[in-house]
Structures are given as C-alpha cells and as structure tokens.
Design a protein. Structure first.
Length: 94
C-alpha cells in the first residue's frame, strides 16, 4: 500500500551508476557480481542467498537499461553464468 512521502525524512534522487562508473574496463562480471557492486559491496562479497535474490532484482533491470553500453560473453562452461563488461568502443565484438 502506498505511503505518504512525508513519512520519509530523506528522499535522495534515484541515481544509478553508469557501466563506466561501476565496472573496470578490462574486466568481465557476472550478474551476481554486478548486483553486489551496485550496493557498494565488493564483487566477491559473501552474502546470504536471500539477500542475493533481492540484489538481483536491482541488477537485472540495470543490465537491461544499460545494454547499449555493455558487452556480453557466453559462459565458459554449462555451470557458469554469462559475463558482462563495459563496451569500450566499436572494436568490441558484435
């Protein structure tokens, strides 16, 4: 149920990182690592599965919204997720 804005003392703008601000140019990241980074955690941080599920709710739309600025790599094996990285320029594979 919606609540009045007045119930919240602090209401900063809803700002998200750009891919260039969040990710290192020479690295590829899983959606799980991106989810952690969006919350200010280290990419390798150990978190509870329930917390990870909530963080993925933020990371997946972020990836979709920023798709034009990202490159994707297929998993290296069947038990590994895909990887995302910053699109540096038009020399990245298409």
């Amino acid at each position: 149920m919606p609540v009045p804005k007045s119930e919240f003392e602090n209401r900063p703008p809803c700002d998200f990182y750009t891919p260039a601000e969040l990710l290192e140019n020479d690295q590829m990241y899983t959606v799980y690592e991106i989810a952690r980074l969006l919350q200010g955690l280290e990419a390798e941080a150990e978190i509870e599965p329930e917390t990870e599920d909530v963080l993925l709710d933020w990371a997946i739309p972020w990836i979709m919204t920023n798709a034009n600025d990202l490159v994707v790599a297929e998993p290296r094996s069947d038990d590994e997720p895909g990887y995302y990285g910053v699109r540096e320029d038009d020399t990245d594979d298409e």
